[in-house]
Design a protein. Sequence first.
Length: 276
Amino acid sequence: MTRTNNESLSHLRGPLLLLGAGKMGQAMLDGWLAQGLEPRKVAVLEPKPSSDLQKLVERGVGLNPAKAVPAEAIVIAVKPQTAAEALPSLRAWVTESTLALSIMAGRTIAFLQAQLGESAAIVRAMPNTPAAIGRGITVACGNARVGGDQRALASELLSAIGGVEWVDDEKLMDAVTALSGSGPAYVFLLAEAMTKAGVAAGLPHALAQRLARETVSGSGELLHRSTTDPATLRQNVTSPGGTTAAALEILMGPNGFEVLLKEAIAAAARRSRELG
């Protein structure tokens, strides 16, 4: 695996085509423009543009252009269930030098090649929703057509929303989707469950929710800033025979948190393979 850092996109020749401007597509677009990409170099295909997208159109971003032109890069950010219908229209934008970057869950490189042409340079990537605040993590994998410059461009496009990791084995992408792609939902569920447990223990709902939110977000930030591994951070909170130890005896029991997460991530990985 290799990691990249944020780069500037001011050098991009364009055009850059974005297919789908939902939450993730919009987050990427916002990140690119913040990194210096000129709005006029971007075209968006989106049948239901949001008010945020409309504001970017006023700044020069193209919306649903009538004529296709060869693109330097195409970013595919539609739902995987609509891919078979949406992707064939992209062929008119693709040349041998075009980078096709997909963030669709489950859709394989082979599927994308079938839609865009066997000669297409394709990168399959999986970001997650903290991309909305520039704190996402994305894992990417490319086909043999992706050259060094195209891989660097893919890293730049993805680094606009957070960290980037690369893997050589596409089979790992289903596990990536299950762990980090779906992972924010697990964390939000933790905060939700902690709130309910706090209420059950006698706390007012508003206070329980505030305590749960701040505890989860603060612990996440501590983990982010620290070089200490998670197991040691957990042990640092746990005094022998104390309150935390009593709770962890339940959470780390034979049917506890770790077992449930393994089952949950395995289920998400199976669904990712089914979508492919």
